[in-house]
Write a protein that binds this ligand. Structure first.
Ligand code: PGA
Length: 271
């Protein structure tokens, strides 16, 4: 079975419970006019919403083929970690998908490769679908460090101290792989500067090759690799046409039902 194509939205700290409800009410109304079938084989759609909007999103998205995910989770089940939410708590709320290691968490909240690894391992152990974000800064790209940075981030999460974690190496049944990797160059996030399809494809090819060599060819074949960074309805098609790009992680353009639907439509077209 082929790896899925994934259209993911990251609302960041936007859309509280009331606005989330409005979003899904409007999305549901617009769904028929966008000519999308209900579920489409091979396409996965997920929206990572603020924790406080999980319940209202789940309620108002019920019946739509959209998974509602969280933007972060702590690796411990419970304890003295003020302001954090555990996977166990998310599970209790019916959440199955979690985003981990977003560059904003790395930049502003002290997230490191080590904490990204701990979150990823713990969430996978608990049966979540985990989307791990990596990506280089502008300075790192300009100084020719892109591949070293990606390699370091991949090693930190999936192969710490030269020992591959089971996360990507276990031979899961076809279609059951629970990790995806989002390549998001920091300089392209929220800036309107998108990586060119060639730049994105080069990075994705590098990531796929790393997974194949370091973990296994099966893991490389089965892991969806998403591009993120100023993806919009008018640039997604050419990104999705690249060989190693299996989807998109979208911030700003996922906040409006109309543009999110248009991104999903592009996903359907690219299948
Ligand atoms: P953007 O954000 O689409 O607004 O650039 C992407 C992301 O941060 O995941």
């Amino acid at each position: 079975m082929k790896r899925p194509l994934v259209i993911a939205g990251n609302w960041k700290m936007n859309l509280g419970p009331r606005e989330a409800k409005q979003f899904f009410v409007e999305l549901r109304t617009r769904w028929p006019e966008s000519n999308l079938e209900k579920g489409k084989d091979g396409l996965e759609t997920v929206l990572f919403v603020p924790d406080l909007s999980l319940a209202s999103s789940q309620q108002t998205a019920a019946g739509l083929p959209i998974e509602i995910g969280a933007q972060n989770a702590h690796w411990e089940e419970q304890g003295a970690f003020t302001g954090e939410t555990s996977g166990k708590m998310l599970r209790e709320c019916g959440v199955t998908h979690v985003l981990v290691g977003h560059s904003e968490r790395r930049q502003f909240f002290g997230e490191t490769d080590e904490t990204v690894r701990k979150r990823t391992e713990s969430l996978l152990d608990q049966g979540f679908q985990v989307m791990v974000c990596i990506g280089e800064s502008q300075q790192e790209r300009e100084s020719g460090q892109t591949q070293q940075v990606l390699q370091k981030q991949l090693e930190g999460v999936f192969c710490p101290n030269g020992r591959a974690t089971s996360a990507l190496t276990v031979d899961l049944p076809a279609g059951k792989r629970s990790v995806s990797v989002a390549y998001e160059p920091v300089w392209a996030i929220g800036t309107g500067l998108t990586a060119t399809p060639a730049q994105a494809e080069e990075a994705h090819h590098f990531i796929r090759t790393w997974i194949s060599k370091t973990l296994s060819p099966q893991a490389a074949e089965g892991t969806p690799l998403l591009y993120g960074g100023s993806v919009k309805p008018d640039n997604i098609d050419e990104l999705l046409s690249c060989e190693n790009i299996d989807g998109a992680l979208v911030g700003g353009a996922s906040l409006k039902p109309e543009s999110f639907l248009s991104l999903i439509a592009s996903g359907v077209k690219a299948l």
